[in-house]
Design a protein around this ligand. Structure first.
Ligand code: GLU
Length: 415
């Protein structure tokens, strides 16, 4: 079976929503495609003196609600269709959270693990060189995503500032705190997801203190989620995984030990006192909560029927295909859909933009409190729509988000 094209998957999800909302044909058509996209070739001088040319993209999907916003991924399997899908999901994410932002996304086809620190810096700066006139604080504001870090954001902000001839901290978010980053941005995606899990658990009557959790993906979102599940809920994390495989202990993992092992070896596989499991096995474990925090397309019609978790929290973007969605719904698995569950990252990015504009720095408690309010309100609006329309949580999230974008387009006279 061939993998589903993520952009076709995003369009299919939108088509379902268009039918529920009975959208006019022209409105639906406008929302099915990106508003604008840029393809760039990026020459980078390598450490050995040779030059390599990388391919990069920036997609601005829809800016009816405000400047487009969304991360930049550095990944060897990046494609324009993946970036298009991710830019669409950012549009719905910002809308759902009530942020005055549209949706965008960027990507570069590269393997950052095979680049030296200096090559990574030159690639980050060169990407900005190619796209800087296309982005900016009131146009399009990038941020971290898969394999891009606060350090990468710092280089990018510096490059943009040099080209613009002035310090422009607001051109990018997810920066280190001492150069205009926000407190709490580092673990915001995971923390925001935790607030939605808390709400969902209440709904399901699930006691989080006794809950078992499996987490697929051990990047920024997955790793922080593991620690927060323990810290905020006292839940037991029994399995985690990364691109090489997983580590399992039915009595609960020692997260500090797994984390230290990963830092030393670049993988959680074979971490002391754990059993090795595959990513596929992890998804099908007998746990209360499954957190998908890796990449798109991992829960499909092939394995959806084997998922035993009561609650699926999608910290990744696009982990579940529309066919799998139907199976999960029929089997009573409660899904917190991606652009709700992982919206904590962009929400604190938005807080970062507000702080940059006002030259002010909020304390951590203020960030947590505001994030909790936004995530909780978004979760409840989706749950209400799900009940009101008798539709699943993803369709409900779409209904709330798309409706707002359509209203903005109408008020602006686009449709
Ligand atoms: N890359 C993150 C996402 O997919 C954050 C985007 C942002 O902070 O703008 O939501």
């Amino acid at each position: 079976m061939t993998e589903q094209n993520p952009f076709e998957m995003a369009q299919k999800q939108l088509d379902e929503c268009a039918a529920i909302l009975m959208l006019d044909k022209d409105v639906h058509e406008l929302l099915r495609h990106p508003m604008r996209e840029l393809h760039v070739s990026i020459p980078v001088r390598m450490d050995d003196g040779s030059t390599r040319v990388f391919q990069g993209f920036r997609v601005q999907y829809n800016n009816a609600l405000g400047p487009t916003k969304g991360g930049i991924r550095f990944h060897p399997a990046e494609t324009i269709d993946t970036v298009r899908a991710l830019a669409a999901w950012m549009t719905w994410k910002c809308s759902l959270l009530g942020l005055p932002l549209g949706g965008g996304k960027g990507g570069v086809i590269c393997n950052p693990k095979a680049l030296s620190e200096t090559e990574l810096e030159r690639l980050s700066r060169a990407y900005i060189n190619q796209v800087w006139q296309f982005i900016g604080p009131d146009k399009d504001v990038p941020a971290p995503d898969v394999y891009t870090t606060p350090q990468v954001m710092a280089w990018m902000m510096d490059e943009y500032s040099k080209l613009a001839g002035r310090n422009t901290f607001g051109c990018i978010t997810g920066k280190p705190v001492c150069i205009g980053g926000s407190c709490g941005r580092e673990d915001a995606t995971a923390r925001g997801g935790m607030y939605t899990i808390r709400e969902a658990a209440q709904e399901l009557g699930l006691n989080l203190k006794n809950a078992t959790v499996a987490i697929q993906g051990y990047g920024n979102a997955g790793c922080n989620a593991a620690f927060l599940c323990k810290e905020l809920f006292g839940a037991t994390v029994v399995a985690v995984s990364d691109s090489k495989g997983g580590a399992y202990d039915k009595n609960g993992l020692n997260l500090e030990s797994v984390c230290g092992y990963k830092a030393a070896t670049r993988s959680v596989v074979d971490s002391p006192h754990t059993e090795v499991i595959t990513n596929e096995e992890l998804l099908e474990l007998e746990v209360d909560i499954l957190i998908a925090a890796a990449l798109e397309n991992v829960i499909t019609e092939r394995n959806a029927g084997n998922i035993k978790a009561k609650l699926l929290a999608e910290l990744a973007n696009g982990p579940t295909t529309p066919e799998a969605d139907k199976i999960l719904y029929e089997n009573g698995v409660h899904v917190i859909p991606d652009f709700l569950c992982n919206a904590g990252g962009v929400t604190v990015s938005y807080f970062e933009m507000v702080q940059n504009i006002s030259m002010y720095c909020w304390g951590i408690e203020e960030v947590y409190e505001r994030l909790d309010k936004k995530m909780t309100a978004a979760y409840r609006s989706v749950l209400d729509a799900s009940r009101g329309y008798g539709i699943n949580m993803r369709q409900a999230a779409y209904v709330v988000a798309v409706d707002r974008v359509v209203e903005a387009m109408r008020l602006r006279g686009w449709v």
